[in-house]
Design a binder for this molecule. Structure first.
Ligand SMILES: NC(=O)C1=CN([C@@H]2O[C@H](COP(=O)(O)OP(=O)(O)OC[C@H]3O[C@@H](n4cnc5c(N)ncnc54)[C@H](OP(=O)(O)O)[C@@H]3O)[C@@H](O)[C@H]2O)C=CC1
Ligand SMILES: Cc1cn([C@H]2C[C@H](O)[C@@H](COP(=O)(O)OP(=O)(O)O[C@H]3O[C@@H](C)C(=O)[C@@H](O)[C@H]3O)O2)c(=O)[nH]c1=O
Ligand SMILES: [Mg+2]
Length: 295
């Protein structure tokens, strides 16, 4: 199987290089090889590689900056997935794409299912939602995996930000009224590989394409997540300037940001688990594995 993998140096893309390797001939690219905002370059790449599967973890992920870099966020997150869908349709190929909890407004009191109405609060969420829709309308052979709060050993994420700030400051304020599930990039990559294997055995006529919610199990707040990371850092002997007791739990209103975030980022993963027969480990398991690697 010829697989085209985008965003090979992103958190998820980096892990996918490893996880997809046994499943086919992986042609992995980064933004230097092809700027996804350049529609002609993207079409040319796909026509050149002629993949039977496109796996697209590349995205514009700077949530606050997207509020002012609207065109760029839209080109990468909304238009590129649509083009991938069109080209895949011509080739008879399939597309595995990643999306986000930020397509929801976060007002629902319980975890979001795939059937719930979307309502993004910012440009990033809107661009990701547009990408889902453009991909899905271009080809039936799409698998969209909506995940949340991605954390990996390779790349930028909230856990690394907390370790950096804890080495510099004696106090921190972190919001405790936004809930979600930190999800490890390695877990996402491994689950994607299982799904690709299923695609290979089912074939494109039988494979259950569509949108699925996919996160680690359990839930937490950004505040509790920060405390967990700092506690692990201290246990590993890092010279931090603060302990979890110095991380103050604050409300979202007390931490103004350019983009609004959903209060409820929890995703109901029962559809994925039932369809693919896979279990999703608790968020702490993936996070602690990463912390062991970086500490
Ligand atoms: N990070 C998170 O918390 C979450 C992420 N997601 C989604 O999961 C997926 C993977 O996210 P994650 O691995 O964290 O993302 P990262 O931000 O770690 O990586 C994104 C990758 O996309 C590439 N990219 C960005 N712009 C372009 C461009 N114009 N042309 C080509 N490549 C580009 C970047 O390449 P380069 O470095 O070369 O610029 C980078 O390697 C994305 O779809 C994201 O929306 C969903 C929920 C949470
Ligand atoms: C750095 C910092 C952040 N925060 C808050 C801001 C925000 O509400 C929350 C998380 O901040 P971040 O900016 O790191 O996270 P953010 O970039 O919003 O993370 C999101 O990224 C995109 C790509 C996704 O798809 C989402 O699932 C989600 O992971 O923590 C604090 O309260 N105190 C702090 O010191
Ligand atoms: Mg961020």
């Amino acid at each position: 199987m010829n697989i085209l993998l985008t965003g090979k140096n992103g958190q998820v893309g980096f892990e996918l290089q490893r996880a997809l390797a046994p499943l086919g001939n992986v042609h992995a690219v980064d933004s230097g090889d092809c700027d996804l905002a350049d529609a002609d370059a993207l079409r040319a790449l796909i026509r050149d590689v002629r993949p039977s599967l496109i796996v697209n973890p590349a995205a514009y992920t700077a949530v606050d900056r997207a509020e002012t870099e609207v065109d760029k966020a839209m080109a990468v997150n909304a238009r590129a997935p649509g083009i991938m869908g069109e080209e895949a349709e011509r080739l008879g190929a399939s597309v595995i794409h990643f999306s986000t909890d930020y397509v929801f407004d976060g007002h629902k009191p319980t975890p979001y299912t795939e059937q719930d109405p979307t309502g993004p609060l910012g440009v990033y969420g809107q661009s990701k939602l547009d990408g889902e829709k453009d991909l899905a309308s271009a080809t039936r052979r799409h698998l969209i995996l909506r995940t949340s709060w991605v954390v990996g050993a390779h790349g930028h994420n909230f856990a690394k930000t907390m370790l950096r700030l804890a080495a510099e400051r004696t106090h921190l304020n972190v919001v405790n009224d936004q809930l979600g599930a930190p999800t490890s990039a390695a877990l996402l990559a491994d689950l994607t590989a299982h799904v690709v294997r299923r695609l290979q055995t089912d074939g494109v006529h039988e494979f259950p394409f569509g949108i699925y919610h996919l996160t680690a199990s359990g839930e937490t707040s950004w505040h509790n997540y920060a405390c967990h990371v700092v506690a692990q850092g201290l246990q590993a002997g890092l010279p931090l300037k603060l302990t979890p007791e110095h991380i103050r739990a604050i409300a979202t209103d007390a931490y103004p940001t350019a983009a609004r975030r959903p209060q409820n980022s929890r995703l109901d993963t029962s559809q994925f688990r039932a369809t693919f027969g896979l279990r999703l480990p608790p968020w702490q398991q993936g996070l602690d594995h990463i912390l062991q690697q970086i500490l």
